[in-house]
Design a protein around this ligand. Structure first.
Ligand SMILES: *[C@@H]1O[C@H](CO)[C@@H](O)[C@H](O)[C@H]1NC(C)=O
Ligand SMILES: *[C@@H]1O[C@H](CO)[C@@H](O)[C@H](O)[C@H]1NC(C)=O
Ligand SMILES: *[C@@H]1O[C@H](CO)[C@@H](O)[C@H](O)[C@H]1NC(C)=O
Ligand SMILES: *[C@@H]1O[C@H](CO)[C@@H](O)[C@H](O)[C@H]1NC(C)=O
Ligand SMILES: *[C@@H]1O[C@H](CO)[C@@H](O)[C@H](O)[C@H]1NC(C)=O
Ligand SMILES: *[C@@H]1O[C@H](CO)[C@@H](O)[C@H](O)[C@H]1NC(C)=O
Ligand SMILES: *[C@@H]1O[C@H](CO)[C@@H](O)[C@H](O)[C@H]1NC(C)=O
Ligand SMILES: *[C@@H]1O[C@H](CO)[C@@H](O)[C@H](O)[C@H]1NC(C)=O
Length: 626
């Protein structure tokens, strides 16, 4: 009977339902069997495993009464489930809220039981409940069970359904075979349905988004996430990329107790190990416990670029574009960068698969392999439109050693989005206006406005795709689409600008008249800027004072502090508050507000005086600041 103990038996009638309910098996591309998991095959493996457990010498037909049954059933066609105990190693998370559903995430790893190690051929069964009360009292609004297994790194992503719009929820996972073994309780929410009047969204209170980018493990503790979770009333966390980084360089990690595990990421194992390590930072854990996240993919390296202001490429490899990165591509040479010999395409697939396993992100289109661009209609208050300006269909970027892009930046048909995404964005913006949404927020990775860094322009941002940028800005002007706010990460510094065409003489930098929107580009959670490692902000502020003078649209620049910003939104105003962390070399929540901006609905520019004429870090064009 030794083999019976840690296992439960499951009804064949369930077929693959419990595997399919875990969306991690569908990642990254549900409709491409070679790129997602064949749950039928996994179930067959489980059953074969169960059969192998039968003693060879016992020739008599197997009798299911010898086994504990889970749903009570015919053993002959049933997989076992692990009942030796589960460890919810990475707490819980939630994401991509709709008006009636939200994704719930956890990871449930089998633990050694009675000296027996879990067998990787069997799945674990995890149940979930979602309630409106923090004590989880009464009947759950939705509940269910799903399997996970080593195939998906023991991650579990289920969609809680049948929820009420614009409502706060609390959820928890448990071991199906031992309901006393539970995960921490997470809180999450749904968004209002698209037709909810703007002034009724969030029960008539302003809605707060907390916006992040660029969290590099070795460079510091993720205090920014913790401050957002504990010291703001963020309703939704938005991440614009570089959630993890691929390289292992970074001696500073050791000095601050943050050595990174593993090697430069290339294989699925590498990516999973890195994500698992990042997700042990308590501030990040707290932020995932607190509210749903809406993310676009991420990652990257640091410290090797000619200009430290050039942000690290996002998601897969440095300076990523659709067919390569600075150090890897599908040529023979491009496959040798990693000891594993992974070529760029394999690396990208591993990165995307692990990302979809570990992040509570929906698959927008199971057939469109890398699509992560998607839109959230948050009542009539706003559309939150998330883009992929990195990998989806991006034409070649400045590959550091390859400056060909200098001659291409102006080419008309060059795109950072790809034609399909570009058209979709234009249509989404027009539809947002047509449906009467007050605000349009575009969440995307790289700096949008032209930024002259004193004779140097970073072509690994929209500055390298000028025609694409101009087409988008033209669309806003031509269709008279107001109240558009672009968010950017990637640059590891704060840049706040009125939105207009580059070098547009119709735009007045003093009054902001002539602008068609605003850009809020935020600093990194921990990644370096060229000034961030200095002892004092002085040199950073000297640079910022110069840059706000030479760049017409740029109204505030701040390059010293690591942090994040919030957007607090109602139908009349959108306020952006920038948070600076005092010290990221140890875990703490010490912070201050470095600047506060108001945008009034209908004005499509920063309200004057910009930042109230007063900031506590960086430099304002209007002369305020340090
Ligand atoms: C559960 O996982 C955590 C995090 O990996 C680990 O520290 C702990 O030892 C594990 N507990 C058991 C019982 O395996
Ligand atoms: C931030 O939150 C922590 C944890 O709740 C609390 O101890 C701290 O006082 C808060 N800081 C500020 C400035 O509110
Ligand atoms: C591909 O990668 C190799 C090795 O890093 C590099 O020498 C080559 O220039 C790359 N090709 C392209 C088109 O980027
Ligand atoms: C873009 O235009 C150039 C020059 O007209 C042409 O050679 C190239 O094939 C075009 N690329 C695409 C993707 O249409
Ligand atoms: C704007 O003008 C500057 C200075 O002449 C130039 O370097 C830059 O390329 C121009 N930008 C665009 C988008 O034309
Ligand atoms: C934005 O800030 C202004 C003043 O700073 C305040 O009057 C307004 O109520 C705020 N709006 C929101 C939505 O928080
Ligand atoms: C940050 O904290 C570390 C560790 O306590 C300390 O050594 C360092 O001086 C602090 N840095 C600043 C700028 O306060
Ligand atoms: C301006 O900033 C200073 C320094 O942080 C602060 O003491 C002061 O209250 C601010 N004034 C206004 C009007 O916000």
């Amino acid at each position: 009977m030794r083999f019976l103990l840690p296992l439960f038996c499951l009804s064949a009638a369930q077929a693959t339902f419990l595997l399919d309910r875990n969306l991690a098996y569908k990642s990254p591309f549900a409709d491409h069997p070679q790129f997602s998991h064949d749950t039928g095959a996994i179930q067959k493996r489980h059953i074969q495993h169960a059969r192998r457990q039968m003693p060879v010498e016992d020739a008599t037909p197997f009798k299911d009464e010898h086994y504990a049954t889970f749903y009570g059933a015919d053993f002959s066609n049933s997989p076992f489930v692990w009942k030796g105990g589960l460890n919810f190693t990475h707490a819980v998370a939630s994401g991509d809220p709709f008006d009636t559903s939200v994704l719930l995430w956890t990871r449930a790893v089998p633990v050694e039981s009675d000296g027996q190690l879990p067998d990787q051929s069997v799945p674990a069964c995890v149940s979930f409940v979602i309630h409106t009360t923090p004590t989880l009292s009464g009947k759950p609004v939705d509940s269910g069970e799903a399997f996970t297994s080593y195939d998906v790194d023991w991650t579990l992503k289920v969609e809680a359904q049948g929820l009420k719009a614009d409502t706060k929820y609390f959820f928890q996972f448990a071991d199906c075979t031992n309901p006393k073994s539970v995960s921490p309780i997470g809180s999450t929410r749904t968004i209002p349905s698209p037709n909810t009047p703007a002034n009724e969204v969030n029960g008539g209170n302003p809605l707060t988004l907390a916006v992040f980018s660029c969290s590099f493990w070795q460079n510091g503790w993720f205090n920014a996430y913790g401050v957002a979770a504990h010291n703001t009333s963020a309703d939704i966390f938005v991440h614009l990329g570089d959630y993890i980084y691929e390289p292992i360089d970074g001696a500073p990690g050791i000095a601050i107790g943050r050595p990174v595990l593993g090697r430069e990421l290339a294989t699925i194992h590498d990516y999973r190990q890195r994500l698992a390590q990042y997700r042990t930072d308590q501030s990040l854990v707290d932020a995932h416990l607190k509210a749903p996240w809406i993310t676009v993919c991420t990652h990257q390296r640091s410290g090797v670029l000619p200009s430290p202001l050039t942000c690290d490429a996002i998601q897969v490899g440095d300076q990523g574009w659709k067919a390569g990165t600075a150090d890897s591509n599908d040529s023979t040479a491009g496959c040798t960068f990693s000891p594993s010999g992974a070529c760029f395409t394999d690396r990208k697939l591993a990165a995307v698969r692990a990302y979809h396993e570990w992040m509570p992100i929906r698959q927008v289109d199971g057939d469109d392999k890398l699509r992560i661009w998607r839109n959230f209609q948050i009542g009539k208050l706003l559309d939150l439109t998330m883009l992929d300006t990195r990998h989806y269909d991006r034409d070649i970027t400045d590959l550091i050693y390859n400056t060909v892009v200098n001659t291409l930046a102006n080419v008309n048909n060059r795109s950072t989005m790809g034609a399909a995404q570009e058209k979709w964005l234009a249509d989404t913006l027009s539809e947002s206006k047509a449906r009467g949404a007050v605000w349009r927020i575009i969440g995307q990775q790289v700096l949008f406005s032209q930024l002259d860094l004193g004779g140097f322009i970073n072509l690994d941002a929209w500055d390298g795709y000028r025609a694409n940028r101009a087409r988008l800005v033209d669309h806003l002007y031509n269709q008279e689409i107001s109240n558009t706010v672009i968010l950017a990460g990637d640059s590891h510094a704060n840049w706040v600008s009125d939105l207009s065409h580059a070098n547009d003489t119709n735009y007045d930098p003093i009054t902001g008249h002539g602008a068609i929107g605003v850009e809020f580009a935020g600093t990194a959670v921990t990644s370096h800027s060229r000034f961030s490692d200095g002892p004092v902000p002085g040199p950073a502020d000297d640079s910022s004072r110069q840059l706000v003078q030479i760049n017409p649209e740029l109204q505030w620049s701040e390059q010293f502090y690591r942090g994040f910003f919030t957007l607090t939104i109602d139908e009349k105003t959108m306020n952006a508050t920038f948070f600076a962390m005092r010290n990221i070399s140890f875990a703490n929540l010490d912070h201050f507000q470095s600047a506060h901006f108001v945008v009034k609905a209908g004005e499509s520019r920063l309200s004057r005086p910009v930042a109230g004429g007063n900031v506590t870090a960086g430099a304002l064009k209007s002369g305020g600041g340090q």
